[in-house]
Design a protein around this ligand. Structure first.
Ligand code: GLV
Ligand code: MN
Ligand code: MN
Length: 413
């Protein structure tokens, strides 16, 4: 328990900030299309900085485009106590995935600031760059570089589909924020807590509004290129075809069988499948597809994931294939102390809560390599996410911001 009263967060302000952010990249379907470090995503960063500057908070950027909004502490030698998430979205994504964690963290900073509470540690809202990984591969890029999971040089060189590099986008972000200071990659962080919509139906079903996240399932992602030969669809008989689509669909069906589990716990997804050259009357000479495989048990994820290349090769027919695994993250657990402090704060305010496991990936995974890290989930309407219809309730978001406020105070005073 802190020697201070815990200030109450401002639910109306927090909700208004969501509405303001949702306009940036807002879609006709009620969602948000704000891919990492596009003009829209940079605008979202600038809006947050504008709000931050009204309180005298400062901003730092690191070399991979992570942004750190700081409220100074009384002891400048101490590392920040931090919370945050991401501002980027999936293509035609929702209004809450990511931004809720940023705005809940920022509301905590504002509430603590307005209450005049002095903390020894600085307090920070972190915006991790490129969490979604839909413009630049891989996902959680900013936090991965910060935690030393990926190298800066490799990630700066990553290109989007138009050949624009991440490094050039980070330079644009820096130019847009000439007032920002520089943060070293990997500079110490005392603790990190991330709020996120659950993206599942556990909380909605139980009626609890706070989930103290215990851990996160692992995932593996593969990029597969199937190379056949373009041919005339009217004149080329089956025996002479090297049809990349036929080979790729055989592979995906065989994988579906391999990865079928009666308990419905294995997550096998092909979310991107490109058929080239894309002519209606051309036997396709190339298919590129991506596998996202997730599971909570490390051994099974290893065993089944390791079989993917062999299954693809054995269904390639006359085509050649190239297969690369570009992300592998094991299932992980958050420290008990952080989980318990989420529960303690939720209990203090009478928020109904429970422990919950994360089936989605989040930046807190990488932050946990650097410091005591954890997550708070709030309900998400019907579990709908990565979808324009994503919805969360103002009161639930405010509850999470309140838990963050308490935790930041407890850790930073
Ligand atoms: C995060 O967006 C994930 O794909 O788990
Ligand atoms: Mn997210
Ligand atoms: Mn997401």
């Amino acid at each position: 328990m802190s020697k201070f009263e815990y200030p109450k967060v401002n639910q109306d302000r927090l909700w208004q900030r969501h509405l303001d952010m949702a306009k940036i990249g807002g879609t006709a379907g009620g969602g948000v299309h704000r891919l990492a470090l596009t003009d829209e995503d940079i605008e979202a960063h600038l809006l947050l900085v504008k709000w931050a500057e009204t309180h005298g908070f400062t901003t730092d950027l690191d070399a991979i485009g992570n942004m750190f909004i700081r409220r100074a502490g009384s002891d400048p030698s101490l590392p920040p106590v931090a919370s945050g998430s991401h501002t980027d979205t999936q293509p035609f994504g929702g209004r809450f995935d990511g931004i809720t964690g940023v705005l809940a963290a920022f509301e905590a900073l504002e509430s603590i600031h307005e209450a005049g509470i002095e903390t020894r540690h600085p307090l920070e809202t972190i915006v991790w760059n490129n969490e979604e990984g839909s413009r630049f591969i891989p996902a959680c890029m900013g936090s991965a570089v910060y935690a030393g999971v990926e190298t800066l040089e490799d990630m700066q060189a990553r290109e989007d589909k138009d050949g624009v590099t991440m490094g050039s986008c980070v330079e644009r972000l820096k130019k847009s924020l000439p007032q920002a200071g520089t943060r070293d990659i990997g500079a110490p962080i005392a603790s990190f807590i991330e709020t996120h919509i659950e993206q599942g139906i556990t909380l909605e079903t139980s009626g609890n509004i706070i989930g103290a996240v215990t851990g996160m399932q692992g995932y593996r992602r593969f990029e597969i290129h199937v190379i056949g030969e373009d041919a005339h669809s009217g004149t080329t008989p089956r025996s002479r075809r090297k049809d990349a689509f036929v080979a790729a669909s055989d592979m995906t069906h065989a994988l579906r069988e391999l990865l079928w589990d009666d308990k419905d716990e294995m997550r096998y997804t092909i979310g991107r499948f490109e058929v080239l050259p894309g002519g209606i009357s051309v036997v396709p000479g190339q298919v590129n597809f991506y596998i996202d495989l997730r599971y909570h048990d490390t051994d099974i994820l290893n065993e089944l994931g390791n079989r993917i290349p062999e299954i693809c090769r054995s269904h390639a027919g006359p085509c050649e294939i190239k297969i690369a695994e570009f992300i592998k993250q094991d299932p992980m657990n958050f420290p008990e102390a952080i989980i318990a402090s989420v529960e303690e704060a939720a209990t203090r305010h009478g928020f109904k809560h429970q422990r919950i496991y994360s089936y989605a990936g989040h930046d807190a995974r990488h932050a946990a390599r650097l410091c005591q890290a954890g997550m708070i989930f709030i309900p998400c309407w019907k579990g709908i996410s990565h979808n324009e219809a994503e919805r969360a309730e103002p009161g639930d978001i405010a509850a999470a911001a309140q838990v963050i406020t308490d935790m930041l105070i407890d850790q930073a005073v």
